[in-house]
Ligand binder design. Structure first.
Ligand code: SF4
Length: 181
């Protein structure tokens, strides 16, 4: 296992220990600096009476980190990290920790839409797929190099294989992954 230096390079050992002890005090809810305090009873009161907790996974990538969704009357109201999840072990990246807002977003796309004469119109998945297929056919006949295929952080190895096969069959080497790190 690689060694990890937890002390920032510009912080001396003495300063670091001082900061660490302050952090420990703050964690206990005792204010050493006047910045932290214990939560009031009102603050820790559950604002979602009758809510239930459901274990789920983040869908933003194929790592599949564990999240606990608090649900009230069928609506996802709060999110917590699944501390006992075998993959993420209580960790999340920033996308996963905001998964609830991706689901509740007012601008979330919930179905296929097409823009016609400057206006968006809802269409069925069949219509959307037909439109995409027709356009791809035109591109392929004219020049397949006009098209680029992108993989996804959500797909498995096998799905990645199919995407690369499809790209080759289509006639282009314009193929990339979707890493965002
Ligand atoms: S997006 Fe982040 S939190 Fe979600 S599964 Fe991937 S690594 Fe985990």
């Amino acid at each position: 296992m690689a060694n990890v230096n937890l002390v920032p390079p510009k912080v001396g050992r003495r300063s670091f220990l001082k900061m660490a002890s302050l952090g420990a005090v703050a964690t206990l809810g005792v204010s050493a600096s006047g910045v932290t305090r214990e939560a009031s009873k009102e603050e820790i009161k559950n604002p979602y009476p009758g809510s239930k907790f459901a274990k789920s996974i983040c869908t933003a990538c194929s790592v599949g980190c564990g999240i606990v969704a608090e649900v009230q009357n069928g609506v996802w109201v709060r999110q917590e990290v699944a501390q006992d999840h075998p993959v993420s072990a209580g960790g999340h990246c920033c996308k996963g920790s905001d998964m609830i807002d991706m689901v509740r977003s007012q601008v979330r796309l919930k179905y296929p839409m097409v823009k016609e004469n400057g206006k968006w119109r809802r269409i069925s998945y069949d219509e959307a797929l037909d439109k995409i297929a027709a356009q791809l056919k035109i591109y392929r006949e004219k020049n397949p190099e006009q098209v680029m295929f992108l993989g996804s952080a959500k797909v498995s190895n096998e799905q990645s294989y199919y995407i690369s096969k499809f790209s080759a069959m289509f006639g282009t080497n314009n193929l990339d992954h979707q890493a965002r790190i």
